[in-house]
Design a binder for this molecule. Structure first.
Ligand code: ZN
Length: 691
């Protein structure tokens, strides 16, 4: 279609050929790490040549010869990058990591050259200046506006010395971000708490099975390994009655990236914070947070802070009451110690059992991975009419699976790939990504969307079980996937999830609500051994715990969002001691001593591994205001699948990418902007008196 001219015969490098696999997939099985560098070099050169042609065009700038031409350029670079970053996240290796370190500054340099190209910017600015007389439709006008904003925010309007400095900063930030993520992964890979059967007191069967499988993978057959993957380590903290071992794994977990030596991230953070502050100043902003939020739905750090502050005092008050209840339980058991962070999950689990007669081990057999995948699919069917058929296609790892997504009449919507199990070659966390995004500019291009998670892999022959939290993560990521799959725009820049980061969590967090809809749970929460549905009484008790421990969860999260805004509000990073800064800032906001940030700075990948959420971690809560309010739109109709509301949701949110300003999109769906009330109610904070 577009892009570089290809040799007439197929190249030996599969990345340089057309994607001719089923559903237009790349030949994932044939791609080797050594194919990437030459493919990147070629694709970068081809894109550069396309940009130069647009820039040097003697014709008067038009929407077609400038904006549309930009949208059509870089096709091969997108393809190679998409494949590469899927593998770098989910199936990495020393070889892939080496390529990543090599190409991340090259990609940053390339994008700099594009967005700092003054001749090209002059064309965009000229078009922007006469945008009202160009006869553009609404989507084209939005696209021109987005390009103009991107160029200006990148520094295209600055003088040459400022631009040179910006380019250097961006390249440096790209390298540091890559190194940061690799360091966290290295610390996670290097650590495992290898235990004998006698050390497993308190652990339910599923946790033992997962620990046995993890030990096997790490070359300790017959033993049990607790790793730093969230699901491994958190279930140990929840169930192990061995206080000494809980402390050990917890310390290892919160020290990721802060262990001294080659993988210590603190110096990298100081450097990144300094470079970001300098970048913001060059672009005319007082701080990086001001710069970052200027192009978000929140617009200013003050607006984000107002929301967080509104929640913070109430969350601390609720967490203090939770702490008192846990401490009381310790005393009643005859324990003579103060509750520590490594005790919180353990005693919370006990309290949950005492108060609701509910424990994770009783619930977990009802949350089979495969049934939860079906539950997410059925929800999409009832809301949006989508169907999912498993297909056998060559993927990059045997654990990854694919489904053909269709809608009424059998029309192909896209391909969905789910890669659910933790393994050593995968970065931690859970995310949605794509091999191809939807667009209509170069034909009816259908998306290929992935969900990557880190659920514990069961031993051979066993069924994979999720915690309720894992199930929520699955729904969350699937909500992002639908944002990509349902995308219905013409221009690639506006497709799917390419919206501001405080809006992008709306489709994902909103989707989590349907996991808790009783008819979904009744149908899909079935016992792994007996196949029996979850008894109604258990279901009721499970749903009654919705606001249980929400003080802790809200504190754990909100502290991260506040520290993020604060570190990115520094005017510079001279003498920034990252550990000291974190301590001081937590003291300033009066962080409860028994709770540790959900992500401490040395392993806070949202902020420093790429930087997608730098000064943007508040986004999750901003989006939660939207999702809580949006789900109320369904509740108000008395039907969680109300067709008219679902249609509006699809039209204005899930399918409309970045076609309009997020506040406008939300208003079109809901008829008004959201209020914080539904969020406070959802988290059980509405009645808390701020501490
Ligand atoms: Zn998300």
């Amino acid at each position: 279609m577009n892009g570089m001219t290809r040799p007439t015969s197929a190249s030996k490098n599969p990345l340089l050929n057309d994607w001719t696999g089923p559903f237009g997939l790349p030949p994932l099985g044939a791609i080797k790490p050594e194919h990437f560098r030459p493919a990147f070099d070629r694709a970068l050169a081809a894109h550069r040549a396309e940009i130069d042609t647009i820039s040097a065009n003697p014709a008067t700038p038009s929407f077609g010869n400038t904006i549309e031409a930009l949208e059509k350029s870089g096709h091969d670079l997108d393809r190679v990058s998409n494949v590469f970053f899927v593998l770098a996240g989910a199936a990495t290796s020393d070889e892939i990591e080496a390529v990543e370190r090599e190409v991340s500054p090259l990609l940053a340099r390339h994008s700099n050259a594009l967005y700092l190209d003054r001749v090209l910017y002059a064309r965009v600015a000229a078009l922007y200046g006469r945008r009202d007389s160009l006869g553009l439709n609404a989507e084209q006008a939005r696209l021109l506006d987005r390009y103009h904003t991107r160029f200006v925010r990148a520094g295209a309007a600055l003088d040459k010395p400022a631009q040179d400095r910006l380019a250097a900063i961006n390249e440096q930030l790209a390298s540091l971000g890559t190194q940061f993520g690799q360091n966290v992964l290295a610390d996670e890979k290097a650590y495992a708490l290898v235990l004998d059967e006698g050390d497993l007191a308190g652990l339910p069967d599923f946790a033992r099975a997962a620990a046995r499988a993890a030990a096997e993978e790490r070359g300790h057959p017959g033993k049990f390994a607790i790793t730093l993957a969230r699901s491994s380590c958190e279930s140990f903290l929840q169930f192990s009655s061995r206080r000494d071992l809980r402390e050990k794994i917890f310390q290892a977990w919160i020290k990721r990236g802060e262990n001294g030596g080659a993988t210590d991230n603190r110096a990298l953070i100081a450097e990144m914070v300094g470079l970001r502050a300098e970048r913001a100043k060059l672009l005319g902003f007082a701080t990086y947070a001001d710069y970052r939020l200027d192009d978000q739905m929140a617009k200013t750090p003050a607006a984000a802070r107002e929301l967080l502050d509104n929640v913070w005092g109430r969350a601390r008050a609720k967490a203090a009451a939770e702490r008192d209840a846990l401490q009381k339980m310790i005393a009643e058991e005859g324990g003579n110690f103060a509750l520590s962070p490594h005790d919180w999950r353990y005693y919370t689990e006990k309290l949950r059992k005492a108060r609701y007669d509910l424990d994770e081990a009783e619930i977990k057999p009802y949350f089979q991975l495969d049934k939860m995948i079906d539950a997410a699919f059925e929800t999409a069917h009832r809301l949006f009419g989508l169907s999912f058929t498993p297909v056998e296609v060559p993927l990059y790892h045997p654990d990854a699976r694919a489904w053909d997504v269709t809608e009424a009449g059998g029309r192909h919507v896209g391909l969905f790939i789910g890669d659910y199990f933790a393994r050593g070659s995968k970065h931690s966390g859970a995310w949605m990504t794509s091999l191809r995004d939807q667009e209509k500019l170069t034909g009816d291009v259908r998306p290929v969307i992935l969900n990557v998670c880190n659920f514990s892999k069961p031993a051979a022959g066993e069924k994979a079980l999720l915690s309720f939290d894992d199930a929520r993560t699955l729904f969350h990521e699937f909500g992002h996937a639908l944002h990509g799959l349902l995308s219905n725009v013409t221009y690639p820049l506006l497709a799917g999830t390419s919206v501001s980061s405080d809006f992008v969590e709306l489709p994902s967090q909103l989707y989590e609500h349907w996991l808790e809809v009783p008819e979904i749970l009744q149908k899909y929460a079935r016992h792994a051994r007996t196949g029996e549905p979850m008894p109604q009484a258990l279901l009721d008790r499970l749903l009654a715990t919705r606001t249980f421990n929400q003080g802790f969860a809200t504190v754990e999260y909100t502290a991260c969002a506040l520290v993020d805004l604060d570190i990115h509000a520094l005017p510079d990073a001279a003498k920034l001691d990252v550990s000291q800064f974190e301590r001081d800032d937590l003291e300033r906001i009066a962080m409860p001593a028994e709770i540790v940030m959900r992500h401490r700075l040395p392993h806070f990948q949202h902020l420093f591994s790429g930087g997608g959420y730098a000064a943007g971690y508040y986004s999750y809560m901003w989006s939660e205001v939207l999702d809580a309010d949006a789900f109320e739109a369904f509740e108000e109709t008395g039907n969680a699948f109300d067709p008219a509301t679902a249609q509006r949701l699809r039209d204005w949110i899930y399918s409309s990418g970045n076609l309009r300003d997020p506040a406008e999109a939300y208003k079109a769906f809901r008829g008004r902007l959201p209020t914080v009330d539904a969020l406070l109610k959802k988290r059980g904070l509405a009645d808390a008196v701020p501490a």
